[in-house]
Design a protein around this ligand. Structure first.
Ligand code: GLU
Length: 304
């Protein structure tokens, strides 16, 4: 039984061309391998009212389709708590009372990577814990990790070795942390193929480790290059007309925008999603980020 691929946007605003390109790739990877395709709205933080609906409308407008249901992480809290309870029962969690500032100021863990949690609260005594709880500062819950590195395999990038530390599972404000929610959801939704921007590659070893501890299957990963602006920085709203709505306001149609995205993937002549799907070959995708000048965007078929 083929599983599912997915696109998991955070509804914090309109998707820009980089997000749409990643969504198109995730859809192509899934559909070209006979998988279903799911959309998951990662709305545990950074939510803007109405953004989720606009994102879905934009994805549909460029020709993507998906299977029901569209899920929202904010409606799945018991699933994450259940996973946390399992890890806790296995002695795999501890409360952390550190502020962000304290973590930044602490020296890096002796064997850990730069920026890794230094383990300040890992071995507090029950008394020390009680004292800290009494201050009223809400505790985050961390994973008690027993490795500091893990190698994973990426379909496009090959093997990647990345850091593992005592990552946060539940934040001080009570919300489940991104890494935990993603791992729980991918497994619960039958997702066996994760295609996403390569800015998330460093999170992948942590997610694979978490999935392993929870006894969940490990999906196949493909991290795709981001879209950069002319200065080589990650594309952002301030770079100009970068959302579908911006492009439509300039007189372009959603199909033309898809054409630009397709051209950036090496398919300048694919004008429909089915043409794109028929020709899709992951191994020929550009390995470099797409450098985009929103002011100089040319329709792929408007050239000589
Ligand atoms: N919600 C994350 C984002 O928009 C993506 C998470 C994922 O694909 O694993 O950056």
């Amino acid at each position: 039984m083929p599983g599912f691929g997915r696109f998991a946007p955070s509804p914090s605003g309109d998707l820009h061309l980089g997000n749409l390109r990643t969504a198109l790739l995730a859809w192509l990877f899934a559909r070209s391998t006979g998988r279903g395709f799911l959309i998951r709205l990662e709305d545990l933080d950074r939510v803007k009212a109405g953004a989720a609906e606009r994102q879905l409308a934009d994805l549909a407008a460029i020709g993507l389709d998906w299977d029901d249901p569209v899920v929202r992480q904010s409606e799945r809290l018991p699933l994450y708590e259940d996973a946390i309870a399992r890890l806790t029962a296995a002695g795999r969690t501890y409360e952390c009372f550190c502020t962000r500032k304290e973590i930044q100021q602490a020296v890096t863990a002796p064997h850990g990577p730069l920026g890794a949690y230094p383990g300040t609260c890992r071995d507090l005594t029950e008394n020390e814990r009680a004292q800290r709880r009494a201050t009223g500062r809400p505790a985050a819950l961390r994973l008690r990790a027993d490795i500091t590195e893990l190698e994973i395999t990426d379909e496009l990038l090959g093997s990647y070795r990345g850091a593992i530390d005592d990552l946060v599972l539940r934040r001080g404000d009570g919300s489940p942390a991104y890494n935990l929610a993603v791992v729980v959801d991918d497994a619960a939704q039958g997702i066996d193929q994760v295609v996403r921007g390569d800015d998330l590659l460093p999170s992948t070893p942590r997610q694979v480790y978490l999935a392993t501890l929870l006894g969940l299957p490990i999906p196949q990963y493909a991290h795709v290059p981001l879209v950069l602006n002319t200065e080589g920085q990650r594309l952002a709203k301030r770079d100009g007309a970068v959302t579908l709505h911006d492009r439509i306001a300039l007189g372009e149609s959603p199909a033309q925008v898809r054409g630009v995205l397709a051209a950036s993937l090496g398919y300048p002549n694919a004008t429909t999603t089915s043409q794109l799907l028929t020709g899709f070959r992951p191994d020929t995708l550009p390995k470099e980020p797409w450098r985009l000048d929103p002011d100089g965007l040319l329709q792929p078929w408007s050239g000589p």
